[in-house]
Design a protein around this ligand. Structure first.
Ligand code: HEM
Length: 403
């Protein structure tokens, strides 16, 4: 009987996930590697590439989210970023995670999303009106970035005059979830400090004069006679929502428009059939998703499908790779708005850390795509797409379009 391959064996395919080549066409790299194995080695650990393995990893409790391990690797043993990492929902496990998730879910109800619908439509319309007056745009700056900032700001009760400020901070904080944490640490920690101060000021203001927003609903848990978030937890929750709800959605909207620019027939179809908007959004999330599961660390030695994973191994569940697994999605590189999804796409992750804002994000994307398709039907690329480098949240940094 042959020995199970080890994680370091040279027989396993290798993907240089830190290279510019990888960022410019991740799908080709995944496809090549998946031909010989369901996983590959990378400079940062293992990457899982087929649907079955990614789904398994997202649900497997013998791994924990990497949390502080990413900071250990970057040589950051202490400081504000490390303190924050230890407090945010996405880095908690077990009972503390369940508690935070239970509390935020009590406040972040479907009513919060319903409340925002008119604002989302009006905001999208305003941006589209301004776009449609022109014939070309750098779409990230003109739409994909500012639109989700307004949505998440309104969700949390932030006044419109402050949107631009927290947009800049949240953009800098996103660097904490990529491969440049060490070199960008001063910028990340400055942004984090500003966001935390801002969150404290927001809480103080809404404590005096509550609104219908999510922050007020989180504060109201204090007088509801049950569990509630302490001030540190409240600050961490607000900052993670500002960050989690903004950057990912920006990248997803830009990924979707980049895809449609390369598939004009699908764009025209959507303009003529807005009733398929939610299916279109789901196919965009599958075909060019901005999210991936966060890296996990094995808590013990684990054997999976013939692969030996020693305790301490870091494994990334790649949603973009799983979402193009031909065993689950026939002809996976074909963008098909009417594709039936027998299995859910994994861009929002899965298991206990499944994205908290998935319903909001689905609505944001499903709402804006047909509005854009109707107003700028002659969408085309106006130069090369500049993809973001070395980040878990993936998307165009610059997306020049004409219409
Ligand atoms: C298209 C947009 C979005 C994408 C692609 C996305 C993707 C993800 C992914 C992949 C995870 C981690 C899953 C894992 O590692 O298991 C996650 C978690 C999370 N997301 Fe999102 N997200 C999006 C929008 C949002 C929005 C709008 C919000 C907030 C309003 C949000 C808040 C969060 C939070 C708080 C978590 C941590 C959940 C936990 O650990 O329990 N996300 N998201």
């Amino acid at each position: 009987m042959s020995a199970a391959p080890t994680t370091t064996g040279p027989e396993a395919p290798f993907i240089d996930t830190l290279s510019a080549e990888y960022d410019s066409d991740i799908h080709a790299a995944h496809r090549r590697a998946r031909e010989s194995a369901f996983y590959a080695r990378t400079p940062l650990g293992l990457i899982f590439l087929d649907y079955e393995a990614v789904h398994w990893l997202l649900h497997e409790r013998r791994f924990r989210l990497q949390g502080n391990d990413a900071l250990d690797l970057a040589g950051i043993p202490a400081g504000p970023l490390r303190d924050w990492f230890g407090k945010i929902l996405s880095n908690k496990e077990g009972a503390p995670h369940q508690r935070l998730r239970r509390l935020v879910s009590r406040a972040f109800t479907p009513r919060q999303i319903d409340r925002l619908r008119p604002m989302m439509r009006a905001t999208a319309q305003e941006f589209i009106d301004s776009l449609a007056e022109r014939h070309a745009s750098e779409f990230v700056e003109d739409f994909a970035a500012p639109y989700p900032v307004r949505v998440i700001g309104s969700l949390l009760g932030v006044p419109a005059s402050d949107f631009a400020r927290f947009h800049a901070w949240s953009r800098d904080l996103s660097l904490a979830f990529g491969s440049r944490i060490a070199s960008e640490r001063p910028r990340i920690e400055a942004a984090l400090g500003n966001l935390c101060d801002y969150a404290d000021g927001l809480v103080a203001r809404l404590r005096r004069k509550p609104g219908e927003d999510l922050t007020s609903a989180l504060i109201a848990l204090e007088s509801a006679g049950g569990e509630f978030l302490d001030p540190d937890e409240l600050r961490a929750m607000i900052t993670v929502l500002i960050f989690g709800g903004q950057d990912t959605t920006q990248c997803q909207i830009a990924c979707s428009i980049a895809t449609f620019a390369r598939h004009p027939d699908a764009w025209h179809f959507l303009a003529a059939h807005p009733e398929h908007a939610m299916r279109a959004a789901e196919e965009c999330l599958r075909f060019e998703g901005s999210g991936s599961g966060n890296p996990r660390t094995a808590l013990e030695d684990i054997d999976y499908r013939g692969l030996h994973i020693p305790a301490g191994t870091v494994v990334l569940p790649s949603a973009p790779a799983a979402n193009r697994d031909p065993k689950v999605y026939p002809d996976p590189d074909r963008f098909d708005l009417l594709r039936e999804h027998d299995q859910p796409q994994l861009t929002f992750g899965g298991g206990v850390h499944f994205c908290l804002g998935a319903s909001l994000a689905r609505f944001e994307i499903g709402e804006v795509l047909p509005m854009l398709a109707k107003r700028i039907p002659e969408l085309a690329l106006d130069g090369p797409i500049e993809w973001r480098r070395g980040s878990l949240i993936r998307g165009p940094e610059r997306l020049p379009i004409t219409f």
